[in-house]
Design a protein around this ligand. Structure first.
Ligand SMILES: [Zn+2]
Length: 446
């Protein structure tokens, strides 16, 4: 029986990557061609990582002794053919610059990668170099109008873009969404940030929440923001999550840029860090929580969804185990370890035998005869053991093959030989079963 395999490799060294290439090839592609895309559907490492280690995909396959693709490469398309296709679309657009989207909409045969064939980095470069056309500048029309635009008109443009995002737009967002070129604002106000500050001053409903890169964040601003929350809510302790709930303006990344930790940011305004920042929970608690969420989903939880589902944040796991993947691997290693068996030993006196370990069997011939059996293991399945059984059975009901993840069935670890017939609660005698199948089965046995 193969051990349970987590979704990600723990080590991305050459050996483990080659091992993974071989595993996927043998299990899914034997004698067939294995492309990167297909590999990615089954692999615990992305083909991108493989290429980073081996230079090219073919090189990696060679190292892993996997036959290279049998298909011959498509004949290379000549530059002339590509250029004539571009010319064709240029003519459709009356000799003007056109976007890649326009190119595709008008039957463009090639994809964006062709720019590389011409040694260009961007689509604009390609068109300029090969067709001699460039993007029209939006400002040109406005140039004459510039001086006639009133401050109100400029502000109403800011308002329009602001409302679109429902917050202060960043420099780039504004540049891309404003009908009036951002340079008009820069000329008029000196700087875009000044323009937006001025706008906020004269429009009290718009508060200049910093949201983007255009805004210069300083340590003082971060402290002010914390101070504001402290004055308004006076919390005893403050988790980052709650900081956002109280309307905190900045991201955690921003704080970590200016402070060594969230804790030290809070120290600057004399607030205690809340909950998780104070203490790191015991490994066993973290594992139990991981198991709870895993069973709830019926599969391995993803890093990105973790914070929504768990009472401990990802950062707690990252800190304790040195990374999310390491946490998952440590967890699986722990759950795969067979538990010390709780075995009732014979020397115990009757009073010491747990009630959970006693089974009474009615003699099928004569219902007056009741036999009492003392079982070695308790009837209820300990959570760790249950998880091992689920892992072995891939979180799939072994009777009807339905899963928690896809079919939403509730799973449990079921005794193969019923406990009441002397079947012990041990790994070998347990099987993953959904609620429906388990009830069906016990009805039959009884
Ligand atoms: Zn079932």
């Amino acid at each position: 029986m193969s051990a349970y395999e987590p979704n990600k490799l723990l080590n991305y060294n050459e050996d483990s990557i080659i091992g993974e290439l071989k595993r996927v090839y043998i299990n899914f592609f034997k004698d067939k061609q294995m492309t990167q895309r297909e590999f990615n559907l089954h692999s615990r490492v992305s083909s991108y990582t493989v290429i980073r280690h081996f230079g090219t995909w073919d090189n990696a396959l060679k190292k892993a002794e996997i036959p290279l693709s049998v298909k011959t490469r498509k004949a290379r398309i000549s530059l002339l053919e590509i250029k004539s296709d571009l010319e064709r679309v240029k003519n459709i657009n009356q000799g003007n610059y056109f976007s890649y989207l326009f190119y595709k909409q008008n039957g463009g045969k090639y994809d964006k990668k062709i720019k590389k064939r011409f040694g260009c980095v961007t689509w604009e470069q390609l068109l300029k170099k090969e067709l001699g056309v460039s993007k029209a500048k939006r400002i040109i029309v406005l140039k004459q109008q510039r001086q006639f635009l009133s401050q109100d008109e400029l502000f109403s443009e800011i308002k329009k873009v602001w409302n679109k995002f429902d917050r202060r737009p960043t420099y780039n967002e504004f540049r891309e969404n404003s009908q009036i070129g951002i340079s008009v604002f820069e000329t008029r106000f000196g700087k875009w940030t000044i323009a937006i500050e001025q706008f906020c001053l004269s429009n009290k409903n718009y508060n200049s929440n910093p949201t983007g890169m255009s805004f210069k964040v300083t340590k003082e601003l971060l402290i002010q923001d914390l101070q504001k929350i402290k004055e308004t809510y006076n919390p005893e302790a403050l988790k980052f999550k709650d900081y956002k709930k109280y309307g905190g303006n900045y991201t955690k990344m921003t704080f970590l840029k200016y402070f060594s930790s969230w804790k030290s940011a809070l120290q600057s305004v004399n607030i205690k860090p809340g909950g998780e920042w104070n203490k790191s929970p015991e490994k066993e608690l973290l594992f139990d929580e991981l198991q709870r969420v895993w069973e709830h989903l019926g599969r391995q939880p993803l890093y990105k969804e973790w914070n929504e589902l768990s009472k401990y944040s990802r950062e707690v796991y990252d800190r304790k185990f040195g990374g999310w993947n390491k946490a998952i691997h440590a967890f699986i290693a722990d759950r795969e370890k067979p538990e010390e068996e709780i075995v009732i030993n014979n020397s115990k006196t009757e009073n010491e035998i747990p009630i959970d370990n006693v089974v009474e069997i009615v003699n099928p011939e004569n219902s007056n005869i009741v036999e009492t059996i003392i079982m070695k293991t308790p009837r209820s399945v300990p959570p760790k053991l249950r998880f091992r059984v689920f892992m072995r059975d891939h979180f799939t009901c072994q009777y009807c093959k339905r899963t928690k993840e896809e079919d939403g069935v509730k799973l449990q670890a079921d005794h193969i030989i019923a406990y009441s017939n002397g079947g012990e609660t041990v790994f070998e005698n347990l099987i993953t079963a959904c609620w429906d199948c388990n009830i069906g089965k016990s009805n039959m046995t009884l």
